[in-house]
Ligand binder design. Structure first.
Ligand SMILES: [Zn+2]
Length: 147
C-alpha cells in the first residue's frame, strides 16, 4: 500500500507542477502546447484518483479485518470450554471443532437422547458421562428440546 500512496503523491505533485507551468507561461504558451499540458495534467489526476481509490479499498478491507479480529478476541476472552462444548456467557453449546478450526460459533443441535450434532461440520457429540452433561441438559430443557 505504501507504493500506491507514493505513486498517488507523485502523480499529484507532477500535476501541480504542470499547473504551475501553465499559469506561469501566461500568453507565451501556444494553444497546442496548452492543450497538451492540460491533457497531461488530467492524466496525472486520473492516475492519482485510481491510486487513492485503491488505497481506500485497502483501508476498508483492513478495517473489516481489524473488526473481525477484535470480535474474535472478545469471544476468545469470554468463551469457556466445558467438556466437549464451548459456552459463551451461558449461551451455547457451540461446536469446538468449528471454533477451533474456523473461528465460527456454531450451535450444536440435539439429535436424540444424549447426542447432538453440529449442523456445519456434522461432528457428532456423545454426551454419555461428560462433565458438562448437566449444563447441556439444562440447555435442552430451556430450549424446549426435552419435556
Ligand atoms: Zn462444527
Amino acid at each position: 500500500m505504501l507504493d500506491t500512496i507514493t505513486g498517488a503523491l507523485e502523480s499529484v505533485k507532477a500535476a501541480v507542477d504542470i499547473g504551475k507551468i501553465i499559469i506561469d507561461s501566461g500568453k507565451a504558451i501556444d494553444v497546442a502546447n496548452y492543450k497538451y499540458k492540460i491533457a497531461e495534467l488530467l492524466s496525472l489526476l486520473a492516475e492519482a484518483k485510481i491510486s487513492i481509490t485503491e488505497i481506500n479499498d485497502e483501508i476498508v478491507s483492513r478495517d473489516e479485518k481489524i473488526k473481525k479480529l477484535e470480535e474474535e478476541l472478545k469471544i476468545k476472552e469470554d468463551i469457556k470450554i466445558e467438556g466437549v462444548f464451548y459456552w459463551l456467557n451461558g449461551d451455547g453449546p457451540f461446536c469446538t471443532k468449528c471454533w477451533d478450526n474456523d473461528r465460527k460459533l456454531i450451535r450444536v443441535v440435539p439429535t436424540y437422547a444424549w447426542t447432538c450434532k453440529c449442523p456445519a461440520c456434522k461432528n457428532v457429540y456423545e454426551q454419555g458421562n461428560n462433565p458438562e452433561r448437566e449444563l447441556y441438559h439444562a440447555w435442552l430443557l430451556k430450549n424446549g428440546f426435552m419435556p
